[in-house]
Ligand binder design. Sequence first.
Ligand SMILES: C[S@@+](CC[C@H](N)C(=O)[O-])C[C@H]1O[C@@H](n2cnc3c(N)ncnc32)[C@H](O)[C@@H]1O
Length: 267
Amino acid sequence: MIGSVFLQLTRHSGFRRMAWKPIYELLATVLPLRNWRFMNYGYSPGPHEAPVILKPEDEEERLPLQLYHYLATRGDMNGKDVLEVGCGRGGGSYYMARYLAPRSLTGLDLAEAAIAFCRKHWKHPSLRYVRGNAEDLPFPDQSFDVVINVESSHAYGSFPQFLSEVKRVLRPEGILLITDMRLEGDLPVMQEALHQSGMKVVEEEDITHLVVKAIEEGDKRKRVRIRKLVPWWLTGFFHEFAGVKGSAIHLHMKDRRRLYYRWKLIA
Ligand SMILES: C[S@@+](CC[C@H](N)C(=O)[O-])C[C@H]1O[C@@H](n2cnc3c(N)ncnc32)[C@H](O)[C@@H]1O
């Protein structure tokens, strides 16, 4: 399966740096559609979690938005300066700016086309978009109270370098909220990097089953959307990339060869 081979190759830092950027540039370029705001696999709340109340215009993308809601509400953004690293198509930063009342929200991404897309579509007084690299953040020391990072860190050449940059731009007692997936065998490396980052890991949670649940609940809608919006020659790639039911990502997470976690750290 192309998806499996590609995912194996992304274990190498050089390949990651080289391969992901053109893919994310391409996605923002071939799909300049305003109502496709997210690029994560989503989150479906557990049985004891209250569902988030959304504005009608946000309902269509409830599953990926819930991943942001779940992670972002583990910290307090009210009145804070917040940085999102790897903001993608900007749905998450636009949601946080409107619902969680930060003083400022900066969305950063490596892909120029993604930043152009965000600047064009998402306007809010507290929101701005900056092009930049997670491994070399273009901000002075101690500029932010909260850094949030959603399903982006798997693409970085050096995860420890990203963490060192986060620590540098966070103010004392600032918070890092991060969620992403790794192959089961690579998860301990990620955990070790978080514990060696000079920040304190205060929460860690395995949310793999709730991401799998979201993939399964959102499958029909995702397939219809891909059929309608994606050029035919990209359909196969999109089924793998977007993680439909039966894709490598879905199957790997379902049988726990790939794990999805979230963490909270304090600087
Ligand atoms: C799977 S998408 C997730 C986007 C968004 N967080 C979401 O959930 O919709 C990963 C994003 O990380 C960005 N990214 C990858 N490597 C990066 C880097 N070194 N610096 C900044 N952003 C990066 C990609 O361009 C892409 O937009």
